[in-house]
Ligand binder design. Structure first.
Ligand code: ZN
Length: 113
């Protein structure tokens, strides 16, 4: 599901979310996640952040803790290998080394970037 569908599934009111850039750079998203805002759905410390594009309220941050994130899985719009490469590039952009685990082979492969 996309992030808007995730917000609806979690019962999040877009009006209650913080305004965000329409298309934030990864560094903005990373900084948001580093701040650890409360989960938009349950109020527990969040682990992921993304932007919901609400037609009435505009772009808003949707922050999710692990369980809320896993309850609203994303659909990849590109091959997994491309997504992994994009994540590696984004991590390198902020000076991090990415160690990624995928489920292509039953969560047994580790892809190092
Ligand atoms: Zn939550």
């Amino acid at each position: 599901m996309n992030i808007g569908e995730a917000a609806r599934k979690l019962g999040v009111d877009p009006a209650a979310l913080c305004p965000a850039s329409a298309e934030p750079r990864f560094t903005e998203v990373w900084e948001r996640m580093r701040q650890g805002p409360p989960c938009s759905a349950c109020g527990q410390p969040s682990r992921t952040s993304g932007v919901v594009h609400d037609p009435v309220h505009g772009p808003r941050w949707l922050d999710r803790r692990r369980d809320c994130f896993l309850a609203t899985p994303a659909i990849l719009r590109q091959p997994l290998s491309q997504a992994v490469m994009n994540i590696r590039e984004a991590a390198a952009e902020v000076g991090l080394r990415a160690v990624l685990h995928t489920d292509e082979d039953g969560w047994q492969d580790e892809l190092r970037g």
